[in-house]
Design a protein around this ligand. Structure first.
Ligand SMILES: [Fe+2]
Length: 179
């Protein structure tokens, strides 16, 4: 006798993302479709273990929640203690993210013509319940928890992050110019 297990809300997010990714839109179009699905099915922090929700005093932590078998997307939870941040970086593919606890602050940059400096290109805050996304090129950014509580966000990347290690294309350790 087999037992039928009811699909969870997370299973529904995986299925909806699969459908959006297989629409064969370009990166920007795919990111828009996936963002609409994540907005509808944004997980809650209780889908993570206590340990995953707690974060790490040393650095922000990444928890791989799902890798699509054909490598077309991955779903990751990031946990940030107050003040924790990424290096300035960009990505090999589109990314959609939703904040499920706290607040995430993103600074955007462009590379100057000679590739020797970064130029500030704006910033935005994403609060609990909000979803955002982007598609390269033009996605050089730094993310930081500017709140005074631990922040948690769900990120969906258009690649198999377990195979390539991360979706980061490169980090930028360059002087920053005001625009
Ligand atoms: Fe990023």
């Amino acid at each position: 006798m087999s037992t039928i297990v009811a699909p969870t809300k997370f299973d529904a997010l995986v299925s909806a993302t699969r459908a959006a990714v297989s629409s064969d839109a370009d990166w920007a179009g795919t990111a828009e479709l996936v963002a609409a699905e994540l907005e509808r099915r944004l997980p809650t922090p209780d889908m993570l273990t206590d340990e995953q929700r707690t974060g790490d005093p040393k650095r922000y932590r990444s928890h791989l929640l799902h890798t699509e078998p054909d490598g077309s997307f991955s779903i990751v939870a990031l946990t940030w203690r107050p003040g924790q941040e990424t290096p300035i970086h960009d990505h090999v593919t589109w990314c959609v993210f939703g904040v499920i606890q706290g607040i995430e602050y993103e600074e955007l940059y462009t590379l100057d013509e000679r590739g020797e400096h970064l130029v500030e290109a704006g910033s935005s805050a994403t609060e609990t319940g909000e979803v955002s996304g982007f598609a390269p090129p033009g996605d050089i950014h730094r993310v930081r928890n500017i709140g005074d509580t631990t922040a948690i966000s769900i990120h969906i990347y258009g690649t198999d992050v377990s195979r390539i290690g991360s979706s980061v294309r490169r980090s930028y350790d360059l002087p920053i110019l005001a625009p």
